[in-house]
Design a protein around this ligand. Structure first.
Ligand SMILES: [Zn+2]
Length: 609
């Protein structure tokens, strides 16, 4: 399957710019060398070898590639093989493009044609946290060896197309240093977690503050991957395993998908890794301080890559290699896992696609969704686990007892794996949401996610369900650029609301159904309300002057004996209230017709015919 490129017989590529052969490592010179000369230059036989040597992988020497080296190497692979293309896929906050590298044995590079050919799409995202670059190097090794035929797993490309984001967080990767990962064993130089705007991109998938994540979301909606893997390095406890795996908790998935994941795919992946030097274990998040008393599952809410991709029924995984293992082992363990996923995709392409299709039917037919989950600490599975004895000794720094893991005292036993969650907040699905067009930042994000909606062509009055925001907690310090809200309570009312021409009517039963419910329901953990998109409704625009309102307040109380009784009860029972005349007048104002009706009224309405 190895072919030099002379004529590129590729399919159409929509929404992305395919990089020409003159970009990449020789990009800087293309502006002044005539194109024809470049073709001659590139066709010289010694060029590929020198380029290959320049970008050779150095993970065995505890080094990771730079962003430029990664792009150069993918560019070189693009020029060498008909089965590979490096594309520019939108912008990043660092001003340099996001790239996508696609390996397609049939030479078809547009996602619709790939799906029509019955192939599975396996999507790998790297460098969201550039301090954890195992996947960056592992993906380069994977691509190089699959395309050259050195890797016998190249045969699995027959039924699967591999799409690789070389580096999502370009700015973080360019910000290279040696002291960003205090708890990590190399590589010597690595990138920084925050992007060019200091955002943690693995919290950005709903709010979409970064151009990086917007570009990736556009890509994901265009490619609709069957399987998605995000590559990381872990923090936390010490134990012998080099590699751990996170997947969406089974309750978050549709039934058919949960059964396929737990019954077929996960056993395959764990078994496959047993046949490598790197046995894999579920992600180790200790129930207690150390894993000895059990580990817990991870609830991947939609802010995370895999939480987001799961909304659209992609089978999604986060790979976390262990921070204290040598970089070479972390790269190789990640590489083995990526190969195992490729093998699985190629040996189950029809099932994967059928399960995804059925899961989408299940999802679109759902009556309720869960907005918040809590760990079920009463239910667990037993997990065979290898650990190190956790002990304490006096700290020579603080004088207090300190934790340490004794690697000379390994243990193996069954520990509880608390992988179940219980729903805390559920909501029933309306037929439509109505989003006033004024909230254009939200509308823009819905469009980016492929949501289908219609504009009202004339002003229209409808009887709808509206929410009034009650209590909520707000973080005291900004979290990823936002004062994130949580624990939001709402009151629901039926009201006649006047919508304007241009407001957006959004049918809920479409492929984005769960995305819509999780983002537009204000109590959603990662809703647009939680991420501050609707904070303006929490502000009271109009007010009253106490000395002018005195007479009106008196008339209101006289006309409403019930209100007067409540008012007097508060005055006699609440000393703060009775000592504060302004509070008393405000109490009456807020219950009067002059109090603005849209204060705290959440703008997105629920509408059912
Ligand atoms: Zn990470």
């Amino acid at each position: 399957m190895r072919m030099k490129k002379h004529n590129r017989g590729t399919g159409k590529i929509t929404g992305m710019e395919q990089i020409s052969k003159v970009s990449g490592i020789i990009g800087p010179v293309r502006s002044w060398i005539p194109l024809s000369l470049l073709w001659i230059f590139l066709s010289l036989p010694w060029i590929p070898h020198s380029v290959q040597a320049q970008v050779s992988l150095r993970y065995a020497q505890n080094e990771t590639v730079t962003w430029q080296e990664a792009i150069d190497m993918y560019g070189w692979l693009d020029r060498q093989y008909e089965e590979a293309v490096l594309m520019k896929a939108g912008e990043t906050d660092a001003g340099r493009p996001l790239h996508l590298f696609v390996i397609s044995a049939g030479g078809i590079f547009d996602p619709d044609s790939i799906r029509a050919a019955g192939k599975a799409i396996f999507f790998i995202n790297n460098g969201i946290h550039p301090g954890e670059p195992c996947g960056v190097d592992a993906s380069l090794k994977l691509a190089d060896e699959l395309l050259s035929g050195k890797d016998p797993y190249a045969r699995f490309l027959e039924h699967t197309v591999v799409a690789i984001v070389p580096v999502l967080n370009v700015g973080g990767m360019l910000n290279r240093g040696s002291h960003f990962r205090a708890n990590q064993n190399g590589p010597v130089e690595h990138g920084f977690r925050g992007n060019a705007r200091n955002l943690d991109l693995n919290r950005d998938f709903i709010k979409l503050d970064s151009r990086n994540t917007r570009s990736l979301v556009r890509l994901l909606r265009e490619w609709e991957p069957d399987v998605f893997v995000d590559t990381h390095t872990s923090d936390g406890a010490d134990y012998p395993y080099v590699i751990t795996l996170i997947h969406s908790p089974q309750q978050r998935l549709e039934r058919v998908q949960s059964e396929f994941l737990n019954g077929t795919m996960l056993p395959f992946l764990y078994d496959a890794m047993k046949n490598t030097p790197y046995e894999m274990i579920p992600y180790v998040w200790s129930m207690d301080q150390t894993p000895g008393k059990g580990i817990v599952g991870f609830m991947d809410y939609p802010r995370y890559t895999t939480g987001y991709t799961s909304l659209f029924n992609t089978l999604s995984f986060t790979v976390e290699t262990h921070m204290l293992k040598p970089f070479e082992d972390r790269v190789l363990a990640t590489w083995h896992l990526l190969r195992a996923v490729l093998q699985f995709c190629s040996t189950h392409p029809t099932e994967i696609r059928e399960v995804k299709k059925q899961a989408m039917e299940e999802k679109i037919g759902r009556d309720t969704f869960t907005l918040r989950w809590e760990q079920d600490t009463s239910r667990y599975e037993r997990l065979s686990f290898k650990g190190y004895a956790a002990r304490t000794k006096p700290s020579l720094v603080t004088g207090h007892p300190r934790l340490y893991y004794d690697r000379k005292a390994p243990w193996k036993k069954e520990i509880p794996y608390y992988k179940y969650f219980n729903p805390v907040i559920q909501v029933e699905v309306p037929e439509y949401y109505i989003l006033p067009g004024a909230w254009q930042e939200v509308a823009e994000r819905l469009r980016l996610n492929g949501v289908e909606m219609k504009e009202f062509t004339a002003d229209t009055v409808l009887e709808v369900e509206v929410y009034y925001i009650g209590d909520y907690n707000t973080r005291r310090e900004p979290y990823n650029g936002h004062y994130w809200h949580s624990e939001t309570s709402v009151r629901r009312e039926n009201e006649r609301v006047r919508f304007l021409a241009g407001d957006l009517l959004i049918p809920v039963r479409q492929e984005a159904i769960e995305y819509l419910v999780q983002t537009l329901e204000p109590r959603g953990y990662d809703s647009f309300f939680s991420w501050n998109f609707f904070d303006a409704v929490l502000f009271r625009n109009e007010y009253f002057s106490p000395y002018i309102f005195e007479e009106t307040a008196q008339e209101i109380l006289e006309a409403d004996p019930g209100l007067k009784r409540e008012f007097e009860a508060l005055r006699s029972g609440d000393s703060v209230f009775s000592a504060n005349p302004y509070l008393q007048l405000r109490y009456i104002y807020e219950r009067s017709p002059w109090s603005e009706p849209t204060f705290r009224r959440y703008p997105v309405c629920r509408y059912s015919l």
